[in-house]
Design a protein. Structure first.
Length: 49
């Protein structure tokens, strides 16, 4: 995961895949803890950039 921080294109691609997969499968809706964790990681990552 650390490599993504150094490469914004890879990071964006990773999050695009993760978000699209999670939303299309309904995982985030069924499990709010997953959504909270992803949002928290995404927020923390944005703050460090």
């Amino acid at each position: 995961m650390k490599n993504f921080e150094k490469d914004p294109i890879l990071e964006k691609r990773y999050y695009d895949v993760v978000w699209k997969t999670c939303f299309s499968s309904g995982v985030l809706i069924e499990n709010p803890k997953v959504l909270k964790k992803v949002l928290q990681e995404f927020s923390e990552r944005k703050e460090t950039l």
